[in-house]
Ligand binder design. Structure first.
Ligand code: CMP
Length: 136
């Protein structure tokens, strides 16, 4: 049975005109797009999405960044999609992410790293319920 994961194409990617490039990589991989929507976050929603990071030192600038402009939220599905997408996006820090990954090819920052993806079945469930409650 296919899994689902939540992906965010972050405001830096929208500003840089990379939405099509990033969505195209997921489509070419054979993943399905179950939902896709542009949103601009307010601070409360950012806090809910990043509940596990709100007390970390990197969070205040991350919150400013994530609320700085529109982003694109997607729900993707496919065989082992959570791990597959994590592999496709690469390590958090774009300077260290492997070539061939989205961050490795296109990002040069630890914060402005173009994409977010759920990191486990529990976080996928929580994040999909937060962003797309109608998919429940
Ligand atoms: P993401 O996968 O969305 O999960 C948490 C985000 O916090 C991460 O991508 C980065 O955008 C950001 N982040 C994580 N660690 C750091 C860090 N050390 N410095 C700055 N930003 C970070």
């Amino acid at each position: 049975p296919d899994e689902r994961t939540l992906v965010l194409i972050k405001p830096d990617a929208v500003r840089r005109g990379l939405v099509g490039e990033i969505v195209s990589r997921f489509e070419r991989k054979g993943l399905r797009i179950d939902a896709m929507q542009t949103r601009t976050l307010d601070g409360d929603f950012a806090d809910q999405h990043y509940a596990e990071h709100v007390d970390k030192p990197f969070y205040p600038p991350l919150k400013d960044f994530m609320t700085s402009g529109p982003l694109v939220a997607l729900v993707l599905s496919g065989d082992q999609v959570i791990d597959v997408v994590r592999g496709m996006i690469g390590a958090t820090d774009g300077r260290k992410a492997a070539a061939g990954t989205i961050r490795g090819d296109l990002a040069l920052s630890n914060r402005e790293n173009l994409v977010h993806a759920s990191d486990s079945p529990d976080s996928a469930k929580r994040e999909i319920a937060l962003w797309f409650p109608e998919l429940g």
